[in-house]
Design a binder for this molecule. Structure first.
Ligand SMILES: [Zn+2]
Length: 88
């Protein structure tokens, strides 16, 4: 699905490379917990709104934003949302 501004909705597998850049590890099989609803899911199963400048990663259960990866310049930036913890 793509909107007029070029945003597509994908799952967390589609941003595996960006997650690797930010966290320094393959995160797709790791599990994170949402502080808004308390549920836990693999990063691969998150819902991602993706465009050229950002990846908004949402909880697959309550749709709150877990975190956002911004690509506004050469270095990506991580903006934390309702991601409460990550199993490592
Ligand atoms: Zn949630």
């Amino acid at each position: 699905m793509s909107t007029a501004d070029g945003t597509t909705t994908v799952d967390g597998n589609a941003i595996a490379g960006a997650l690797l850049d930010v966290f320094g590890a393959d995160m797709t099989a790791r599990r994170g917990a949402c502080e808004a609803c308390g549920r836990e899911a693999a990063f691969a199963s998150t819902v991602v709104e993706l465009n050229r400048r950002s990846a908004i990663v949402r909880c697959p259960f309550c749709t709150r934003t877990l975190f956002t990866i911004l690509h506004l310049d050469a270095e990506p930036a991580l903006v934390l949302g309702s991601l409460g913890r990550i199993r490592v």
